[in-house]
Design a protein around this ligand. Structure first.
Ligand SMILES: Cc1cc2nc3c(=O)[nH]c(=O)nc-3n(C[C@H](O)[C@H](O)[C@H](O)COP(=O)(O)OP(=O)(O)OC[C@H]3O[C@@H](n4cnc5c(N)ncnc54)[C@H](O)[C@@H]3O)c2cc1C
Length: 475
């Protein structure tokens, strides 16, 4: 009996595997592809994901391989300066191609002892009270206590569960690929500037190694989007949209993506859960999908570990859907809005101008930036001060930094009074008495995902909160 099978070795799956391994949970990741894909979808990480990496001591691996871009301009591509006073110690985008992100996260999961089985395609599953049975394409049968579908937008797990995926089908499709061009860059840039006045789904981006990332609207919506376009299809669309094909040749890869927007009806069915694109799909505007998946995994990992290790309160695992599904619904809504704002008809263009004017107000700019970067997320933990349910930014302490205390994936009581106690929960919660000039509450209780569960100085109140997240006290 395996503790947890994760179907899908994309960023969500391997992130979840690491989070589970931090708690000693046995993990098998099944990945149907024999080799990592060369297709580059995401191009970077937003502030909340950067914080998540920092909270696990992983950021040092990522920073040297990425480029820090200033924040701003991520909502519908409306260019604005970075809002001041963003609630994060990492107010930038970390530019990095998805295959690099995937590789670093995979390396980490392997180091922590996760097993990753490439060429392992899940095809069947069933569950009973004790566990989940899974069958692979090669006939292998496996049994686990829990199974998580991190198997992308066309999720087999979701379909086998019969979980509905309502939303809107794709109405527009974009062809994307990396290729070489014969036209000189100055000419390409001039044509692009002209075309983008009316077509924001067209773009050519130099990759710095002789190749270019080319995106161009498709003529229609393909019946099967898993079939990549041909180079000729890309050429034709470039001619139709830009008046020239720039002499594109020697593609490294070609792909197509649509603007479908869908949200799983539920994230948990008994012992089987969904995370990442398996639970939500939306257009890539603002670069949010991979980030959303990583944060799903970060929310789910410790809760599932608590269920496996037997200390989780009854409803802790259900809080995963209660907390993360509304966040995904919000991302779906903001990408729908962004898709409207990049249309070229007079109505959407007028709306775009209006939103652009509104974004000149610092508050509006900050609100939208916090939305797209994930740092604005506040889980509903019930009534309480604004801090409760939010992430806590990294703050300096007398001895080190807050995020340095979260690497093990455990809960944390940071006590500036020195008089509180988490005795009884020592198995799950670390206690640190230290002070910070940047923290204006006497003490905070952080969950393993860094969200604030409680703040104050009253031991009685604290004792009321600890069981909710960390189970019964052990005497
Ligand atoms: C053009 C484009 C640009 C994007 N840009 C950004 C961006 O800048 N920022 C951002 O945050 N997001 C971006 N995204 C979205 C991002 O790529 C996805 O949200 C992200 O890859 C989702 O990760 P995942 O692990 O949930 O799913 P996936 O990455 O789809 O991984 C799922 C894995 O499951 C495997 N699998 C599928 N079925 C099975 C099965 N039956 N058994 C075993 N394995 C299976 C697949 O082979 C795959 O490896 C972009 C997407 C596109 C299309």
């Amino acid at each position: 009996m395996i503790d947890v099978i994760i179907a899908g070795g994309g960023p969500t799956g391997v992130m979840l595997a690491s989070e589970l391994r931090l708690h000693g949970v046995g993990v098998l990741v099944l990945e149907k592809d024999a080799e990592p894909t060369r297709v580059v979808r995401a191009l970077g990480l937003h502030a909340r994901s950067i914080e998540v990496l920092d909270q696990r001591g992983l950021l040092e691996r990522f920073l040297p391989l990425g480029q820090q871009h200033p924040l701003g301009g991520f909502f519908a591509g409306i260019r604005k300066p970075r809002p001041k006073r963003l609630d994060t110690a990492h107010p930038y985008v970390l530019g990095m191609p998805q295959p690099v992100i995937d590789r670093l996260l995979t390396e980490r999961a392997l180091e922590l002892g996760a097993e990753i089985r490439r060429g392992g395609e899940l095809t069947e599953l069933s569950q009973d009270e004790e566990g989940v049975s899974a069958e692979l394409a090669d006939g292998t049968r496996l049994r686990a206590r829990y199974l998580v579908g991190c198997d992308g937008g066309r999720s087999t797990v979701r379909k086998l569960l019969g979980v509905g995926f309502p939303g809107e089908a794709a109405t527009a499709e974009t062809l994307l690929g990396e290729m070489e061009i014969t036209e000189d860059w100055e000419t390409v840039a001039a044509i692009m500037a002209e075309v983008r006045k009316t077509q924001l789904r067209f773009g050519v981006m130099p990759l710095g190694d002789g190749a270019y990332r080319v995106g161009v609207p498709a003529a229609g919506v393909a019946e099967d989007r898993t079939v990549p376009p041909t180079l000729e299809e890309v050429r034709q669309q470039l001619r139709a949209i830009a008046g020239t094909d720039f002499g594109v040749h020697s593609p490294r890869w070609l792909s197509r993506f649509g603007d479908a927007t869908r949200l799983a009806e539920r994230y948990r069915t008994g012992r089987v859960l969904l995370a990442g694109d398996a639970a939500h799909i939306h257009p890539p505007n603002g670069g949010q999908g991979l980030n959303l998946g990583l944060q799903d995994a970060f929310n789910l990992g410790w809760k599932l570990a608590a269920a496996v290790n037997g200390w989780g309160p009854e409803d802790l695992l259900d809080s995963y859907q209660a907390e993360r599904r509304p966040v995904a619904a919000d991302v779906l809504a903001n990408t729908r809005a962004q898709m409207e704002l990049i249309l070229t008809e007079p109505g959407p263009q007028a709306a775009r101008r209006l939103v652009s004017e509104l974004m000149d107000f610092e508050e509006v700019n900050r609100y939208l930036t916090e939305k797209v970067t994930g740092i604005g997320v506040r889980y509903d933990f019930g009534p309480g001060p604004e801090l409760i349910g939010r992430h806590l930014r990294d703050v300096g302490l007398k001895q080190g930094r807050l995020y340095g205390l979260l690497h093990g994936g455990r809960g944390l009581l940071l006590d500036q009074t020195g008089g509180l106690s988490v005795a009884g929960w020592a198995g799950q919660v670390d206690y640190v008495a230290d002070v910070s000039d940047e923290l204006d509450v006497p003490a905070v209780l952080l969950r393993p995902d860094g969200h604030v569960a409680w703040a104050g100085d009253d031991q009685g109140e604290l004792l009321g909160q600890l069981p909710r997240w960390f189970g019964a006290a052990v005497r």
